[in-house]
Structure formats: structure tokens, C-alpha cells
Design a protein. Structure first.
Length: 211
């Protein structure tokens, strides 16, 4: 993933640069205030629309986007931003299918508009470090899948929540080798091995982790 990567141990001079695109002034103001409280993040621009940004997002690594747009327009905007090298987080209260669409279009994160500020910062940090983050209201999701074991569902849910393989192992009290084995089996069952594709699978099957 090209957008949002940072070197380990990076200091304030290399804070993750954030751009906010939102058609709601309250949302833009709230996110601006929230990001200002985080010493490891730097807000570079806030704009009400893709058009106003006019292609200049001032080197933002992560773009946080909350737009009331039809699904086709929203996914096109995500794909365009991703093509330009930005990691994208979509904030929305739309049904689950929109989450799947934006992840397929290249979004690194999907966050419910009802998420608390601390979760928003967590999502930005996960995506800024090259991982994904998905948080979707449970009511929008399918709850089970006959294709995965209980442990495989747990692994997928944690992965979609932005956990690394080491963090998954720690949370489930298993070894990283076992985590890799579960991911290999999931890959064999689905043909999907990239973390972005596995994140999409977790969304589709209602396996996102909120803890």
C-alpha cells in the first residue's frame, strides 16, 4: 500500500498528514479539532468536496472522506484518490454494501459515522501505518458464514479491525505461525490472500471486530 506508510520510530517531523473531505461543516470542524489533539497527526487541508480540492491535497497521506454521494460516485472518488497515492478512509452510515464497494474500490478503511472520536483516531493511525481498519454497525452485516471455522472468523474479524499478525496471535493466545496457517487456509478456501481482499471478506460475512 503506497499511501500512509511511516518509518518505525518516526518523530513529530514525520507526522501522518491528513486531508479531510466532507460536505458537512460540523464534521469538518469536529475532525479538525480532534486531529489537532493528536501529536502524531497533522491536518493539512479540509475541503467540502472533491472538486474544491482540485487535485491538490497538499501531500496528504491519509484522506478522510465523508460525502453524501451515490455509491457509484463515491467509489469512483475512492478509486481516483487511491490511484493518486492516498490511503482513503470512508466515513458513512450507509448500508453494508457500500462498505464492500468502497473497499473493493481501494479504500483502506471504513468507519461508521456513529464512531467515537478515539476510534476515528485509531482508524487514522492504522491506515497511516499501512494497515486497514473497518468498523461497520452490526445490523448492516451478515452474521455467519458456513465457509469458515470459528477460529478463522475470529482471525478475519481481528484482521479487518487493523490488527497485525502478532496482535492477532496475542489476542487469541496462539502463535503467529498458527495465525499464518489460518490465513493460508482462508486463502485456499476463497482464493484471496491480500489483506485488503480478506478485509472485504470480513465485511461481507459480518466478521468485523469492534473490540
Amino acid at each position: 500500500m503506497s499511501g500512509g506508510l511511516r518509518a518505525a520510530g518516526a518523530g513529530p517531523a514525520t507526522r501522518v498528514r491528513i486531508a479531510v473531505i466532507g460536505d458537512c461543516p460540523v464534521f469538518r470542524h469536529g475532525v479538525s479539532h480532534l486531529v489537532a489533539t493528536a501529536p502524531d497527526l497533522r491536518l493539512v487541508v479540509t475541503v467540502p468536496s472533491i472538486e474544491v480540492a482540485n487535485g491538490d491535497l497538499r501531500g496528504a497521506e491519509v484522506v478522510l472522506m465523508d460525502l453524501q454521494e451515490p455509491p457509484a460516485a463515491l467509489t469512483a472518488a475512492v478509486a481516483d484518490l487511491r490511484e493518486r497515492g492516498h490511503a482513503v478512509i470512508v466515513v458513512s452510515s450507509s448500508p453494508q454494501i457500500d462498505a464492500v464497494r468502497v473497499i473493493r474500490a481501494g479504500a483502506s478503511g471504513y468507519l461508521s459515522r456513529h464512531a467515537e472520536g478515539e476510534e476515528l483516531l485509531t482508524a487514522i493511525r492504522c491506515v497511516g501505518s499501512g494497515r486497514g481498519y473497518v468498523s461497520v454497525p452490526a445490523g448492516h452485516l451478515l452474521r455467519t458464514s458456513p465457509h469458515f471455522t470459528d477460529r478463522e472468523r475470529e482471525v478475519l474479524g481481528l484482521l479487518a479491525g487493523g490488527a497485525t499478525d502478532q496482535e492477532i496471535a496475542r489476542r487469541l493466545s496462539i502463535s503467529t505461525h498458527t495465525v499464518h496457517s489460518h490465513l493460508d487456509r482462508i486463502g485456499e478456501k476463497t482464493g484471496s490472500r491480500r489483506r485488503s481482499d480478506l478485509t472485504r471478506l470480513a465485511i461481507e460475512h459480518g466478521l468485523t471486530d469492534r473490540g
